[in-house]
Write a protein that binds this ligand. Structure first.
Ligand SMILES: C[S@@+](CC[C@H](N)C(=O)[O-])C[C@H]1O[C@@H](n2cnc3c(N)ncnc32)[C@H](O)[C@@H]1O
Length: 293
């Protein structure tokens, strides 16, 4: 890799500040994501690797599996050879031909049932051993991971497993530059906010049991630096299976800054109350975070 290429990248840092935000924004208009986002996801070995590790952690041999939101089969291809049967769900019509073609090419037709539709309402004709899904966004704020697993878990055998199973959302008080957007994922470390508190748990999602779709909480935070706070720095830790973790990359759940309702001055060691109000599968534009009493 030449220094020239790095130098070109440095010239583009500012231009690329919001490119990840645009690539990852779920849009009803194009029934999902633009092609660039599938490329970002497919090429991320950390993201795909966490799922591969979890597939190996369990034994998928001769099992019945359902995967919601298969996309370009980036995860699916790592378990299909083993399983007895797979119900594959996707609702992006642009991917239909690609998925059908790939399944034919690989000779998986006999074991695959393709379901084109909404994973939040589709019914499965039998109970399954595993439900796989990667429909996550930071804090599950934009996508329907929680809603989809809440619906699909009725089709899980009693001893069956969800992949992922647990998501821990954490946050830090911070100061970030905002111009056109209320929130944006960090694409390069130079766009990291100034951080004024340690990482703290905001909420934990147990996908076997989560019923609430809106999180409203107050959390005590002790600043370790004095300064102005205008943002929450969001980070999500995902347990795909026990010991098989994913803690965010540029392709999935990148650490993200979201503007507070109002900026506030904090003093080192003087605890403040962070108020949190956001919904799963809505939009971070609607999420509200503020410091109050
Ligand atoms: C984040 S992508 C992941 C794709 C693939 N599983 C992977 O890991 O590369 C999520 C996929 O789920 C699909 N999707 C989102 N909401 C859905 C829904 N309600 N029902 C079915 N598919 C959905 C999107 O179109 C997209 O292809």
């Amino acid at each position: 890799m030449s220094f020239d290429f790095h130098s070109q990248l440095v010239d583009k840092y500012e231009e690329l500040k919001y490119s990840l935000l645009k690539a990852q924004t779920f849009s009803q208009e194009h029934y999902g994501f633009p092609p660039i986002y599938y490329k970002i996801m497919e090429t991320d070995d950390i993201r795909v690797g966490a799922y591969k590790k979890a597939f190996q952690h369990y034994n998928f041999k001769d099992k019945i599996v359902c995967e919601a939101g298969v996309g370009t089969l980036a995860l699916t291809q790592h378990f299909l050879d083993d399983v007895k049967k797979a119900y594959l769900i996707e609702n992006n019509p642009d991917l239909k031909e690609f998925i059908q073609q790939k399944i034919k090419e690989k000779g998986w037709e006999d074991k695959v049932v393709l379901l084109f539709g909404d994973a939040m309402s589709l019914e499965l004709p039998e109970k399954v051993d595993y439900i796989v899904g990667e429909l996550m966004s930071i804090y599950c704020g934009n996508e329907y991971q929680v809603q989809i697993f809440k619906h699909l878990r009725q089709f899980l055998k009693p001893e069956g497993k969800l992949l992922p199973e647990r998501i821990v959302n954490v946050g830090q008080l911070s100061y970030a530059e905002f111009d056109q957007y209320k929130h944006y994922p960090i694409n390069f470390t130079r766009h990291l906010p100034e951080q004024l508190s340690m990482q703290q748990e905001i909420n934990t999602i147990d996908l076997y049991a989560e019923d609430e779709l809106r999180i409203q909480k107050k959390i005590q935070v002790n600043p370790i630096m004095s300064g102005i706070v205008n943002a929450i720095y969001m980070h999500s830790f995902v347990q795909v299976a026990e010991g098989c973790n994913f803690t965010g990359t540029d392709s999935l759940m990148p650490p993200t800054v979201c503007k507070l309702e109002k900026e506030v001055e904090v003093k080192q060691g003087h605890s403040v109350t962070l108020h949190v109000d956001f919904g799963y599968g809505t939009s971070l534009d609607e999420a509200r975070f503020w410091i109050g009493s």
